[in-house]
Design a protein around this ligand. Sequence first.
Ligand SMILES: Nc1ncnc2c1ncn2[C@@H]1O[C@H](COP(=O)(O)OP(=O)(O)O)[C@@H](O)[C@H]1O
Ligand SMILES: O=P(O)(O)O[C@H]1O[C@H](CO)[C@@H](O[C@H]2O[C@H](CO)[C@@H](O)[C@H](O)[C@H]2O)[C@H](O)[C@H]1O
Length: 473
Amino acid sequence: MSTASDASGACAQAPDAAGASLRAHPLLGPLAPALTPWLLSRRWFPHDDGCGHDLRPVACSVLHEDDAVALVHALIEDRRASGDSRRWQLLVGVSRVPPAAPDAAVFGRAGDGRWQGWSLYDATADPRLMTALVRRTLEPRRGEPRLTLAAEFGRSALDGLVPRALLADQSNTNVVFGDRFMFKLIRSPQEGVQPETEILSALTRLSSPSTPRLAGWLHTADSGSTPTVLGVLTEFLPNDGDAWRLALTEAGAGRAAEFTAHARTLGGAVAELHARLAEALGSSALTHRQIRDQTAAMGERLRAAVGEVPELAPYEKRLAALHEDYARAAGDGAVQRIHGDLHLGQILHTPDGWRFIDFEGEPARPLVERVRPEHPLRDVAGMFRSFDYAAAQALASGPPADAAHARAWCAVNQREFARGYTAAGGLDPDLHPVAMRAFEADKAVYEALYESRHRPEWLSIPLAAIDRALSGP
Ligand SMILES: Nc1ncnc2c1ncn2[C@@H]1O[C@H](COP(=O)(O)OP(=O)(O)O)[C@@H](O)[C@H]1O
Ligand SMILES: O=P(O)(O)O[C@H]1O[C@H](CO)[C@@H](O[C@H]2O[C@H](CO)[C@@H](O)[C@H](O)[C@H]2O)[C@H](O)[C@H]1O
């Protein structure tokens, strides 16, 4: 597919060009002119250079239809000019009259065809359609659509529960069913073992209190092919927010000591989570081969990120040297399943203590990489990075910005977190400085890629951290 760049090098590809293949599809064709620009502008859809997208239908079915409203399920592949390709999952509502959903969810009207002129919108925002999704997939009819909700409870448990979409779209879209269940629609599903269902299923069998219980999962059910997990249903955990909100609130209000106490208990909770993950899914000694593979993977991620985020280029050699340092220093550690994308926003503050959610791993990575056993200090490094983000957000941006105060707040909370982690049986990060430096840098490189794709205005946070780490003594 040809793409055009303007004089500044920015891409001038129109959404029309990206959606050419969708327009030829019998069902999606009339929806494509409105659907394509909406998809390209979602928070969960990567905004790299906005260029070179070629969207193609993979599967499409009508999950519900009456004379007022329809629910269309679609899997769409985005083939990039760069050679990458990723799948995206959409639930589109089609309504004859203005839909039972907030205005912000509505993105246009259908062109010609059976729904000509009907409103198009994100169906996750419509309680009727989310109820229809559950009914239809709990008891799929023979033939199309081949989607099944495998439920770990009696079928009636969801009856009468009113669905409500969470407003904050992150990597996925979450819908609460009557404060009893949380349904996560995975926006970029991949074929194969899905880490969140695998981990939550194992921890649920163990009756682990660290996480919500797994209640079910939505998956494709084509015979002969590996299922793709499309959604995850868990127990809803009543909470008064996550650790990220708490950190920003308390740091912003100058109540530093309060959060420092939380940092310590967070460390303890992560150590307990790691112990439960090892018990449920095993652990093994880190081998030379794994060290080589991990080092090579960090190098590949770095090269790919530099290709997409030119601001990383000046640091590339020094970052690669940190990977080599890790390869030389890594010795007699152990690997096990970890959270994989741990940050303050993944830990809910509940009346029963800290609870961990979102075991998907880093959403941009292939599933095979996300289910590998890893060094547990990777999660600790993720948390250290998150304290840095919180400090940058709460203390180092906006007036009165105070970079020195932010750095001190971050350091104290990292230290307390590490103490809590070690006291509860985790490794002492201070005894593994080379691994910690490599893992924090690797995470910051991932974050630079994530921010440049999804929140370019936050890119300076990981870049500043990389700069500090490499300019230090
Ligand atoms: N089991 C749960 N109980 C209560 N709230 C939850 C639960 N799971 C997720 N949430 C809420 O939904 C938000 C997004 O969930 P998450 O799994 O992190 O989605 P994403 O993959 O899009 O980041 C969380 O920040 C939290 O507020
Ligand atoms: O949406 P997910 O929770 O699956 O994770 C992705 O988005 C996160 C941001 O929402 C991102 O986390 C980064 O920003 C956080 C602050 O918003 C910060 O606390 C984390 O340390 C930082 O990595 C995460 O990397 C990404 O995978």
